[in-house]
Design a protein around this ligand. Structure first.
Ligand code: FMN
Length: 320
């Protein structure tokens, strides 16, 4: 699939980003049916054999939707692979993605040439997420088709750079598909990402507060109640810096304003019983853009609103 083909298949230029624990088939199918790319981390399907069932269900339900609604077909979906030496499932997960010819593979952490070649072998495209220009160049050298620039303010493992800085630098030399991640929560901000030079907006945290998200009701409420000033940037929980909701850190008995440093060696993406799911279950990841998320609602309603805001913002800017 090429970028123009991808963009023309979307209602608005948005990828619903992969969310550890939270995104599964319900969320992905709802996102794709509503016209944006839906995605999930392969590691969310536990045990590994569940990934086959998930891909079967997603493929069949989207195909059924397309037969029933040829006028508004579903957007393609993506699977996120964590390319880290601790991920002992990677080869098995890739083989399952090959079986279902997953249209888009999003890679995080490591850039690997053989993985890009494998995805291209079944006609898929790869997008690699990066937090600076150096990693962006490395990813493209290794054969990724496109990039996701993860700027400051993103949920989960966020970068430190201003979105302007990272997009400007990447656009000096890269003309391929580029998505921007970090605090995008309105249609206006989707348009801004495009004006800045990105092709797509990559949106995570706002989808936590939806009916289809696999998240504790209190976590969803926390996203609705939270504002940018409630987000704490720390490396304590996984060894890598990420953004988390202050309330969940307090509930865990820690002082959000005096967190010790984490240890990179604690990073573990294994298929077994790593400590990480517990950390993400109790310590709630969130980006800074949640101040505009004011309700829990179905994914389709959230995407309807994003699309209406996007159209209104475009008309407003064009009228100037
Ligand atoms: C709770 C949570 C879990 C996440 N898990 C993953 C993950 O497993 N893999 C990944 O590539 N990105 C993950 N991310 C990062 C998102 O894909 C994305 O970059 C980010 O959510 C975008 O910023 P936003 O939340 O401000 O919209 C996670 C983010 C959050 C909030």
């Amino acid at each position: 699939m090429t970028l123009p083909a991808l963009l023309s298949s979307l209602r608005i230029p948005v990828i619903g980003s992969p969310l550890f624990i939270i995104s599964g088939p319900d969320l992905v199918i709802a996102q794709c049916k509503a016209g944006i790319v839906g995605s999930f981390p392969a590691l969310n399907a536990r045990p590994q054999a569940l990934l086959d069932e998930w891909l079967h269900r997603i493929t069949e339900e989207l195909a059924a939707h397309n037969r029933a609604h040829p006028d508004r077909p579903a957007a393609p979906f993506a699977v996120n692979q964590i390319v880290h030496k601790s991920n002992d499932r990677l080869e098995a997960d890739l083989a399952t993605c090959a079986k279902w010819q997953v249209p888009i593979v999003i890679t995080s952490l490591g850039a690997r040439e053989d993985l890009n070649t494998a995805v291209h072998g079944w006609g898929g495209i790869t997008l690699h997420d990066v937090i600076d220009d150096r990693f962006a160049r490395k990813a493209i050298e290794k054969g990724a088709d496109g990039l996701i620039a993860v700027a400051a303010g993103a949920g989960g493992h966020a970068g430190r750079l201003s979105p302007f800085a990272i997009v400007q630098e990447i656009r000096q030399w890269f003309t391929g598909p580029l998505a921007l991640s970090g605090s995008i929560a309105t249609g206006d901000a989707v348009l801004a990402a495009q004006a800045m030079g990105a092709d797509l907006a990559y949106i995570g945290s706002p989808f936590i507060a939806t009916d289809e998200a696999n998240a504790d009701p209190a976590y969803k409420d926390g996203i609705v109640a939270g504002k940018a000033s409630d987000i704490i940037y720390s490396n304590l929980f996984t060894g890598v810096h990420g953004n988390y909701l202050r309330q969940s850190i307090e509930t865990a008995g820690l002082d959000p304003d005096n967190l010790p440093d984490g240890d990179l060696k604690t990073m573990n993406f294994g298929g077994g019983n790593s400590a990480k799911p517990k950390a993400w279950k109790e310590i709630w990841g969130s980006g800074q853009g949640i101040g505009v998320v004011d309700r829990i609602e179905p994914v389709a309603a959230r995407i309807d609103r994003l699309a209406a805001q996007y159209d209104a913002a475009r008309a407003r800017v064009l009228a100037r």
